[in-house]
Design a protein around this ligand. Structure first.
Ligand SMILES: Cc1cc2nc3c(=O)[nH]c(=O)nc-3n(C[C@H](O)[C@H](O)[C@H](O)COP(=O)(O)OP(=O)(O)OC[C@H]3O[C@@H](n4cnc5c(N)ncnc54)[C@H](O)[C@@H]3O)c2cc1C
Length: 525
């Protein structure tokens, strides 16, 4: 007999676990989160939040508060540059302005907010929506059978051990994932690239910035290679150090034997001066790694976030990619838990997210090599993809997508070229000044039709879809249909299927399509 019964147990309540809980709560599923730590993140770590993640946060109602906090914490639209040192010369402008050239593709923006500020916002919203959060609680072990997962959890303060019975479990327990280890799933890829450190400091660095609006400052000089992130009012931040010494044959173990004095040496070398007094507040030791799990599902257990893929923090992809995993998985779990889909739908998580995780990890590796660790060489390295294609351009191929007859099978592309192709993120168009097409998605399947789509609208009333007739000039072209066609969008805002015209529009057809997508016989839809 279990002490507690929940629909979904989430192991790990950091960025990805908390996002999973929030997304499930938004869909009416009250999952339980167990988190080893007694509170949310204390270290800033992830801060670059990309447009896709902001779109997801918009769906669950926290976009505005995140934007406000971000403005308080960081300069907006700052560039990503490489410098010899803060005081020294600029070597490259990787991204001159964070949102330049991408504002048209989304109702929201890229921004920076640290994990230590973001996680409490996610937590508070998840809690308000009914998620069950247990901090200071460790998942010790689990077993699964054909009906569910049984896990033993221990309260770290009282030592009490409870048994939790869940229908499904999500391992969002980070790069050292106990869930992944217990499932025997291996990580594969480039392995550990460096034993890096993040040095959190206080110093009045504003004069060194010389009015430049910068989000991330990569440092490349004969002493070290790494990067700065500096918070307003420019009196604190962190310096990551990945390698030191000869750039062609560097020391990649910064961690072993690191002293406070050595941290200050690195800091002054990165400042380009020792005339700015600095104090070290904290040092975090971590490994820059580029690896992906072989599988993301074993029976009723799923891996998400760093448990599924670990990548160097070049491109700011890691946490974002994990939140996108959570978003892909949450609606599928919710539909299955509510009896609206069969478990075949859950089996689409891995074919959709594993390629996305692999691409993103390789692209982070490419940025690590080209922007910092040139000694690794470019043999076997993927050429760099535009950031936008990685953030918004994934194309999913699984049974939860019904492709066009001329499907080209691409794994990703420029989101401006996707134009409503099944498997791609549904495009953004402003319908009214503050209402995007994306604001129509989030909890149900949505059928979008053009101004001449009356027959589609007439076919849908008794089906579990929400219909919107968009008599909007830009809509047909943006979604690759005629004005009488229809596009079926999944709850995660990805296109599931489309008909370019009204030919064959009927309830029978739509029922068959929905059944195929969620793995049910049409009569059960
Ligand atoms: C210096 C640096 C900068 C970065 N910058 C960015 C950035 O700008 N943008 C970005 O997207 N990403 C960035 N990343 C990556 C990002 O921090 C990670 O991808 C992200 O934190 C992963 O979140 P997660 O929830 O999957 O894992 P984690 O944050 O590792 O959380 C896992 C949680 O699981 C808990 N846990 C583990 N085992 C158990 C257990 N048995 N029981 C209960 N709880 C357990 C842990 O306590 C932990 O809180 C950066 C990383 C670093 C190191």
């Amino acid at each position: 007999m279990a002490d507690l019964e929940v629909p979904v147990l989430i192991v790990g309540g950091s960025l990805v676990g908390m996002s999973t809980a929030l997304l499930l709560a938004h869909l009416g599923v009250k999952a339980m989160v167990v988190e080893h730590h007694r509170g949310t993140a204390i270290h800033p770590r992830a801060a670059m939040i990309n447009q896709r993640t902001m779109e997801i946060l918009r769906v669950v109602g926290v976009e505005q508060i995140v934007r406000t906090r971000s403005e308080q914490q960081f300069v907006q639209d700052g560039g990503i540059v490489a410098v010899e040192s803060l005081a020294g010369k600029e070597l490259a402008a990787h991204i001159p302005n964070l949102n330049e050239g991408v504002r048209d593709v989304s109702p929201t923006v890229r921004l920076f907010i640290t994990q230590s500020l973001l996680e409490p916002l996610l937590k508070s919203r998840a809690q308000d929506m009914g998620a069950q959060l247990r901090f200071g609680t460790e998942m010790l072990s689990f077993q699964q059978d054909s009906q569910g997962v049984t896990a033993q959890i221990r309260n770290r303060d009282t030592g009490d051990i409870d048994t939790v019975r869940a229908r499904y479990m999500v391992g969002a327990d980070g790069s050292h994932s106990r869930v992944r280890h217990q499932l025997g799933i291996a990580l594969n890829g480039r392995g550990v690239l460096s034993h890096s450190v993040t040095i959190y400091f206080r110093a009045h660095v504003e004069p060194l910035l010389r009015g430049r609006s910068l989000s991330v400052i990569l440092v490349r000089n004969p002493v070290l290679r790494g990067f700065f992130r500096i918070e307003k009012p420019f009196e604190s931040g962190f310096l990551v150090v990945n390698t030191v010494g000869d750039p062609t044959n560097p020391n990649t173990d910064i961690s072993t034997g690191l002293t406070n004095e050595r941290c200050l040496e690195y800091l002054y070398a990165a400042f380009g001066t020792s005339a700015v007094p600095a104090t070290i507040e904290n040092v975090m030791h971590w490994k820059a790694t580029a690896d992906v799990a072989d599988r993301l599902q074993e029976g009723r257990v799923f891996l998400a976030g760093d448990a599924a893929h670990v990548m160097p923090p070049y491109g700011g992809f890691g946490g974002n990619c994990g939140i996108h995993d959570a978003h892909n998985l949450a609606w599928k779990l919710a539909m299955v838990v509510k009896g609206q889909a069969s478990e075949k739908l859950l089996a689409t998580y891995e074919p959709e997210r594993l390629p996305a995780g692999k691409l993103t990890t390789e692209q982070a590796y490419t940025r690590y090599v080209t922007r910092e660790a040139t000694y690794l060489g470019t043999d076997g390295m993927q050429p760099p993809e535009n950031d936008l294609n990685i953030e918004l351009g994934h194309r999913y191929h699984s049974s939860a997508v019904i492709p066009d007859s001329d499907e080209n099978g691409r794994s990703h592309e420029n989101p401006r070229e996707a134009k409503g192709k099944p498997g791609s993120r549904a495009p953004h168009i402003w319908l009214r000044p503050d209402c995007s097409t994306l604001d129509l998605f989030g909890s149900k399947f949505v059928l979008l039709t053009g101004g001449d789509g009356a027959s589609w609208a007439a076919a849908a009333p008794n089906l579990p879809v929400e219909v919107h007739r968009l008599d909007h000039a830009e809509f047909p072209e943006a979604y690759g249909i005629s004005n009488s066609g229809a596009v079926l969008v999944r709850p995660d805002g990805f296109v599931a299927w489309r008909a370019k015209t009204a030919d064959g529009a009927s309830a029978h057809l739509l029922r068959g399509v929905l059944g195929q997508l969620v793995g049910l016989a049409p009569s059960r839809v």
